[in-house]
Write a protein that binds this ligand. Structure first.
Ligand code: T3D
Length: 258
């Protein structure tokens, strides 16, 4: 699929998807959603980590509200089912870890697209806005699933009802994101984080994601059984053997992601 709304680059095991509609703060339209979905599938084969970021001063301003579509007659249910859901699923099920490098404001579905990543790193000047109720909608793109899990019901409700800007620093303090980084260090920092994950034990990372997410719906016995099952599979993998060898040889491991 040729890309026009995003850019896709790979280097040294890192795939970078850049939302590239800077003139509208990288607002999402049909093409961009399809391209992100396609690129996430592609990254699973091309790389050992994928980074989603935005060009210009925004990460993503959510649904494109100004592309000429008559939003009053648009079938929002269809758009969410057929365009948003596959994009979110491709992120959630991506066969490599996903980092959202939030370079600027993330609003509406743009905020929730970021929160669907495994790790969110934001520039200090960035912010997150659950903008939906400002226009009479509820948080979508997984917002009602991700937000309460990340920050708890009270903060999720406040963020959705007041639709205020939450600074990157506050988001980090709340545990909504992994870290807020000084703007001057941001680019170098997320690239270093991505490089680190690209050299890591990919299968272990995916098992971490699976177990962490399953925990909310499992009782302790079920979760212990899942951990045992996943650890059993990792225990016969090459990366575990390499990790143990490196430990005994007092050297850094050379993980292959297998
Ligand atoms: O299928 C469906 O439709 C349902 C799905 C819905 C999912 C959603 O995401 S609903 C929520 C949609 N997003 C929003 O409501 C956010 C709207 N934007 C804003 O609130 C603000 O623009 C920002 C907080 C993101 C940034 O504010 P600020 O002051 O830094 O910039 P600005 O001046 O408001 O915007 C700069 C330009 O970007 C401006 O264009 P102009 O006047 O310079 O030509 C503005 O119109 C444009 N822009 C910003 N957001 C969007 C947008 N253009 C189209 N769509 C946008 N979402």
């Amino acid at each position: 699929m040729p890309y026009g709304a995003i850019r896709y680059e790979t280097s040294d095991g890192v795939a970078v998807i850049t939302l590239a509609r800077g003139q509208v703060m990288n607002a999402l339209n049909t093409s961009m959603r399809a391209e992100i979905t396609d690129a996430l599938h592609r990254a699973g084969a091309d790389a050992r980590v994928v980074v989603l970021t935005g060009e210009g001063r925004a990460f993503c301003a959510g649904q494109d509200l100004g592309d000429g579509t008559d939003l009053a007659t648009l079938d929002l249910e269809r758009v969410l089912r057929e365009e948003y859901a596959p994009m979110l699923a491709s992120m959630h099920n991506c066969p490599v870890p996903v980092i959202a490098a939030v370079n600027g404001v993330a609003a509406g579905a743009g905020a929730n697209l970021a929160l669907a990543a495994d790790v969110v790193i934001a520039a200090e000047s960035a912010g997150f806005i659950q903008a939906f109720t400002r226009i009479g909608l509820l948080p979508d793109a997984g917002g009602t699933w991700f937000l309460p899990r990340l920050v708890g019901q009270a903060r999720a409700m406040g963020a959705a009802l007041f639709a205020e800007r939450i600074s990157a620093r506050q988001a980090a303090d709340w545990g909504m994101i992994w870290e807020a980084v000084a703007d001057v260090d941001f680019d170098h920092h997320w690239r270093a984080r991505a490089a680190e994950l690209a050299k890591g034990p990919t299968r272990a990372y995916l098992a971490v994601r699976r177990a962490m997410l399953a925990g909310a719906g499992n009782d302790l016995a079920a979760q212990l059984a899942l951990e045992a099952q996943l650890q059993g599979a990792l225990g016969i993998g090459r990366d575990f053997a390499e990790g143990i060898a490196a430990f005994h040889e007092k050297r850094p491991p050379r993980f292959e992601g297998r």
